[in-house]
Design a protein around this ligand. Sequence first.
Ligand SMILES: Nc1ncnc2c1ncn2[C@@H]1O[C@H](COP(=O)(O)OP(=O)(O)OP(=O)(O)O)[C@@H](O)[C@H]1O
Ligand SMILES: [Mg+2]
Length: 244
Amino acid sequence: MTEPSSRETVTEPLLEARDLVTGYGGVAAVHQLNLHVKPGEIVGLLGANGAGKTTTLMALCGEVAPISGEVRFLGSANRMSLAQRARQGLSLVTEERSVFMGLTTAENLRLGRGDAELALEIFPLLREHLQRKAGLLSGGQQQVLTLARALASKPRVLLADELSLGLAPIIVQQLFEAIRREVDERGVGVVLVEQHVRSALQIADRIYILQRGRCVLEGTAVEMRGRLDEIEATYLAGPVDAEV
Ligand SMILES: Nc1ncnc2c1ncn2[C@@H]1O[C@H](COP(=O)(O)OP(=O)(O)OP(=O)(O)O)[C@@H](O)[C@H]1O
Ligand SMILES: [Mg+2]
């Protein structure tokens, strides 16, 4: 491939899985996955419990190795650890809220990779809680703090696992709006794991649906919106139903 001009680079994927097979102890949990995220887009990764969403995210960030196929980050297929990818602009928000519970909000923000003041610009509501220990914040506020730290590092790619899980719709709205702003204003590329197609469609531009480790459907949010009931019944039923 020839070196792309800087203009063309803009449309190249930031992060990509090509024929990716990955799993644990040599046993595949994800099969032949092709997925990409470009600058300025939000990609939703959906599937029932056990479908392979977290495994995919772990492979994309470098925590779980491919069995075959590859993960390309910023055009390179070199194997990189999460720490190496983080230094090059990948930010990961896991299912567990990654805040230091014994430290205050302000201390958590200072310990982040990013600028604490920027975190407060993204989420001004955190200003009220600066001196509070993170462990004493509500679940929603902890998730806001987690995302604030992630976005304040000005990532090129944000991977987030079940960001909205257990949160009130109003908090989810705030988290999604902040992500959308960063995507539109800075061209961040986002892969968002969600269990529910309806919540994913509040924010995603494109969607991939996994079933038992395989991508069974992909398309734009516009296409998916017209097929909501079918998608929920066919692809997002629980793992027991999916076995039938
Ligand atoms: N650390 C692990 N070791 C072995 N197998 C695992 C491990 N983590 C997950 N798996 C298996 O890999 C498969 C995919 O799991 P994964 O956690 O990726 O699903 P998921 O879509 O994120 O599910 P959930 O919605 O419940 O979070 C499952 O069969 C699971 O049992
Ligand atoms: Mg998961």
